[in-house]
Design a protein. Structure first.
Length: 77
């Protein structure tokens, strides 16, 4: 589950090709793992967020643009 902390949340479905099958919008179009971090970019290829892994198997970080919201991603069981 993709949480924009204190704003909203939705399910993001990751595809193996670095795109999203569901839940992505204009700012969540592409993803990659680099140096152990989850990077997500938008339609324009600009990096939207940079997330670090958490001990529980999730990811945390912030948006790098616009509101710079705190982000939390939790794996689905």
């Amino acid at each position: 589950m993709y949480h924009r902390v204190e704003y909203d949340h939705r399910l993001l479905v990751f595809r193996g090709d670095g795109t999203f099958a569901a839940g992505g919008a204009g700012c969540e179009r592409y993803w990659a793992i680099r140096d152990g971090r989850l990077l997500i970019a938008g339609d324009d290829g600009r990096l939207t967020m940079d997330l670090a892994p958490t001990a529980d198997g999730g990811w945390e970080g912030r948006w790098l643009v616009f509101e710079k919201l705190a982000i939390r991603m939790e794996p689905r069981a």
